[in-house]
Design a protein around this ligand. Structure first.
Ligand code: ATP
Ligand code: MG
Length: 572
């Protein structure tokens, strides 16, 4: 992994980090031999049964990225073969998310359901060839007959029906004459095959259900395995890139394409993304939404693209991450901190800095005139001079972080304490003269300080140094806001992937809400606007913001443990 560009302040360049990639090598070879006439056409084929997550982003970046790189095309195709779990809401969210990630499918938006007529014809053709039959076994019996990894399966008693009988029965299945689950159309391959997928897999099932696109037209629906390869073929896909679990399905896809004698894409499998600290199973994500553990698919704690977007992730950061992780032939797990590292790298360059106080305590500058307000000049982004500067109002009463003051400072604590001088960022040096305590609770209510008027801008003319610079806002000028601070959705080291009751692994403290203060320059910032809060992290305006109500999500903190780990690994 290259870390040269890390923290160098240069704009993120995805190409820099592009690792060698075995899929690209295969395509290069195919182009050399002219296998597909030098053409590259890929597709991203989601099933519209949930929102996209960061794992999907890996597949999107791969498929669209390769098409872009080779001057080819990438289709967006909904593999919508299961009417019971699919909804238009999901279709719309997927379209929005792929666009947001920065990819364009031109006019090539397709649906597997557009191919239902063609698939039906091909099923009839396979029956005519003697390669498919209508089976009356129940789903349980089909499972029983399938055998085990060590024992071959048993042939269905309906396997040798005549072609005429099969054609007639399949037609009647389509016409809706039989109840759900009473019959299936199966391919006639090999019940003794060591590959389960080849043991006469089901091609069509009876399902009297309305489909989000074809409505009530069909009473039978093709199985995913009978649909996917043929859909790729119809679209003239050259390289059908999918995750490793489909490796065992490849012989079946090959078999269908060969029996039908139609265009045959090359299927290439790569590793699914797994991330520490979260789950990437649509079933589990749906459960979190449905059971109300999160506030929806776009809850900023969700690993969905809509959640990450709302949290403040940029598409660039996600694309950078996807190029950094690369692809391989073995499944592994990627540290969540790598995702955050890519995020910081991008946000560092693009985010204007502002000052906000998450846990405010009042500071009174005793020798500062009551009615004076000065505008302090503050740099918007030290990484990018073109972002200019802004004015931040300074006055007699300020807020600082409660944690930036200690009445009794421990060793190594250099921030504000009685008698100690510190720098207020972009303003003055101040010295603490004492505290005022709440008479009932004994808690510090107010910190009193004096400022040195000769230190405007933060430097003393006599060259004396202070050990610490802290941020602040003016009490009278700052705005109230709600800060939403997120932690991992799951407890560390929980076996959320394995355990059935994965909700037991949820982190009860994954959301903390604070009443906080921020400098007035952010007034009116639209939802999605990103800032770096000095010393605190990256934040973005949440969609719950409204006139008079400002809500910020903490996107990510400033500390980058990954860089440290990487550095120490390099050294050793
Ligand atoms: P399910 O497991 O519920 O079938 P899925 O995660 O496979 O869902 P799809 O909608 O079928 O979801 O996925 C669309 C595409 O995204 C597929 O090509 C799939 O291989 C890819 N994909 C899904 N999850 C990941 C992941 N974690 N890493 C990489 N690619 C993924
Ligand atoms: Mg799938």
């Amino acid at each position: 992994m290259s870390s040269d560009a890390v923290n160098a302040g240069s704009p993120v360049k995805e190409e820099e980090a592009r690792p060698s990639n075995f899929i690209r090598d295969i395509i290069l070879k195919d182009n050399e031999t002219g296998k597909f006439g030098g053409k590259v056409r890929t597709r991203f084929p989601p099933e519209p049964n949930g929102y996209l997550h960061i794992g999907h982003a890996k597949s999107i970046c791969l498929n669209f990225g390769l098409a872009l790189e080779f001057g080819g095309e990438c289709n967006l195709r909904f593999d919508d073969t299961n009417p019971c779990k699919e909804e238009t809401e999901y279709v719309e969210s997927i379209i929005e998310d792929v666009r947001w990630l920065g990819f364009d499918w031109g006019d090539r938006l397709f649906y597997a359901s557009d191919y239902f007529d063609q698939l039906y014809e091909w099923a009839v053709e396979l029956i005519r060839q003697g390669n498919a039959y209508v089976c009356d076994l129940t789903p349980e019996q089909v499972r029983e007959y399938r055998g085990t990894p060590t024992e071959p399966g048993k042939e269905s008693p309906y396997r040798n029906r005549s072609i005429e009988e099969n054609l007639a029965l399949f037609e009647r299945m389509r016409a809706g004459e039989f109840p759900d689950g009473s019959r299936t159309l199966r391919s006639k391959i090999d019940m003794a095959s060591p590959n389960f997928n080849m043991r006469d897999p089901v091609m069509y099932r009876i399902l009297h259900a309305a489909h989000h696109r074809t409505g009530g037209k069909w009473n039978i629906y093709p199985m995913y395995d009978f649909t996917h390869g043929e859909s790729d073929s119809i679209e003239g896909i050259t390289h059908s890139i999918c995750t490793l679990e489909f490796e065992d399905h490849r012989p079946l896809y090959d078999w269908y394409l060969d029996q039908l004698g139609i265009h045959h894409p090359r299927q290439i499998e790569f590793d699914r993304l797994n991330l520490t600290g979260t789950v990437l199973s649509k079933r589990k994500l749906l459960a979190l939404v449905e059971k109300g553990y999160v506030a929806g698919w776009d809850d900023p704690r969700m690993p969905t693209l809509s959640g990450l977007r709302r949290r403040g992730y940029s598409p660039e950061a996600i694309r950078l991450f996807c190029s950094r992780i690369g692809v391989s032939k073995t499944n592994g797990i990627v540290e969540h901190s790598l995702l955050e590292h890519c995020l910081r790298e991008d946000l560092n360059v693009r985010s204007p800095r502002v000052m906000a106080v998450l846990d405010p305590i009042r500071v009174v500058i005793e020798n500062y005139p009551e009615d004076l307000v000065e505008q302090m000049d503050a740099v918007n982004n030290p990484e990018d001079a073109s972002m200019g500067s802004r004015s931040v109002p300074f006055s007699r009463v300020l807020y600082i972080e409660r944690d930036d003051f200690r009445e009794d400072p421990p060793k190594q604590y250099y921030r504000l304490a009685p008698g100690r001088e510190v720098r207020l960022r972009y303003a003055y040096l101040i010295t603490c003269t004492g505290v005022v305590k709440d008479p009932t609770t004994g808690e510090i209510a107010e910190i009193h300080c004096r400022y040195d008027p000769a230190t405007r801008g933060g430097n003393a003319p006599d060259g004396r140094k202070v050990k610490s610079t802290i941020h602040w806002v003016s009490a009278a000028h700052s705005l109230d806001f709600e800060a939403r601070l997120y932690d991992n959705l799951f407890l560390p080291d929980s076996d959320r992937e394995e355990s059935e009751d994965f909700t037991a692994c949820l982190n009860p403290n994954s959301l903390e809400v604070r009443a906080a203060r921020i400098e007035p320059s952010v007034r009116g910032a639209a939802p999605g606007t990103r800032f770096q809060f000095e010393r605190l992290g990256y934040f973005c305006v949440d969609k719950d913001s409204a006139p008079g109500k400002l809500v910020f999500n903490r996107t990510v903190g400033l500390r980058d443990t990954w860089a440290k780990i990487e550095k120490s690994q390099k050294r050793s």
